[in-house]
Design a protein around this ligand. Structure first.
Ligand code: NAP
Length: 283
């Protein structure tokens, strides 16, 4: 059996259409949806990520400004700038890139970013909203991208057994809450889980968010299961997922590729959140 390939491109195209429609409606009301990406210092990864998000935002009619601040900025100075951006009515969504230079504490800054503008779930208020099933918040982009893909490809979730491998705040934990919100029966696994293949093999849906190249092999997968591969791991001059796609695709019913899977949808989720934020801020 060869699994159906759940590619991100179609999902992203549909999301682009919806975003562009919403952007036009907002602009007709005089609201120009705008995203601000703040970077402290010159981390190459952050600059690369911000530039590609900006390109995608502009393609969809969303204004995106990258604000690159000196890496020598004190914590108080950064907090003051962030408060000004919170108060700026022309900015609807803010992404604060991490890691910070060592003089700035993530645990302080995350509470300063306004939850209403926090489109990538940095402020714990938004993490709490996911726990509460409060849909006025912003889940982190990656687990939300997995949900967009599951919905687009009409993978049933209600009453299904889902296993999430990984318990980070950016992927694993919020992923488990989002699946629970769709009435899946969710098991969260991690590095201390006993008999991981056995636990995974009971699942109808497996989400791999581990950070270990090609770790998930056919032994972990129930025939016909859906496998969502969140991993992005460097291998030579390319990237591979957490799932050994070549062997797992012979057992699974559906599988996301890497590249071209979940990662393709992630930026669209951020843009969708900017639109949602602009609407919520202009009732
Ligand atoms: P992370 O913070 O390093 O968390 C990894 C999780 O995997 C931890 O909970 C860890 O367990 C668990 N784990 C590690 N080795 C394991 C093993 N041998 N067996 C079972 N569980 C194991 O990583 P992350 O930030 O969540 O990211 C996970 C992956 O997703 C990475 O490859 C990352 O590059 C990728 N990612 C992709 C996107 C995207 O847009 N597609 C976005 C963000 C991240 P413990 O908690 O016990 O240590």
């Amino acid at each position: 059996m060869a699994a159906k390939l759940l590619t991100g491109k179609e999902v992203a195209q549909k999301m682009d259409q919806d975003i562009q429609k919403d952007v036009l409606e907002l602009k007709a009301k005089g609201i120009n949806p705008a995203l601000r990406i703040m970077i402290v210092g010159e981390a190459e990864d952050s600059v690369y990520y911000a530039n590609s998000a900006k390109k995608m935002a502009e393609k969809n009619g969303i204004l995106c400004e990258i604000e690159q601040l000196a890496g020598t900025l004190s914590q108080d100075e950064f907090v003051n700038i962030l408060k000004q951006r919170n108060a700026d009515k022309n900015i609807h969504g803010i992404i604060v890139m991490r890691p910070f230079p060592k003089q700035i504490s993530e645990d302080v800054v995350k509470y300063v970013l306004s939850p209403e503008k926090d489109v990538d779930c940095f402020n714990p208020v938004n993490a709490g909203k996911i726990m509460a099933g409060d849909m006025t918040g912003f889940p982190p982009a990656t687990p939300q991208a997995v949900m967009e893909m599951l919905r687009f490809y009409e993978i049933p979730m209600s009453g299904k057994d889902a296993v999430v491998i990984g318990r980070s705040m950016v992927v694993g934990k919020p992923m488990s809450m989002l699946l629970l919100g769709e009435n899946a029966t969710v098991t969260v696994c991690h590095s201390k889980t006993k008999d991981l293949p056995g636990v995974c093999k009971r699942a109808d849906i497996v989400v791999a968010a581990i950070g270990r190249a090609k770790m998930i092999t056919a032994d972990y997968i129930k025939p016909g299961a859906t496998v969502m591969d969140v991993g992005i791991n460097p291998e030579g001059d390319k990237f591979v997922g957490d799932v050994n796609t070549d062997v797992v695709k012979e057992v699974a019913g559906a599988i996301t590729p890497v590249p071209g899977g979940v990662g393709t949808v992630t930026t669209r989720v951020l843009l969708k959140h900017v639109v949602k934020a602009a609407k919520l801020q202009n009732p």
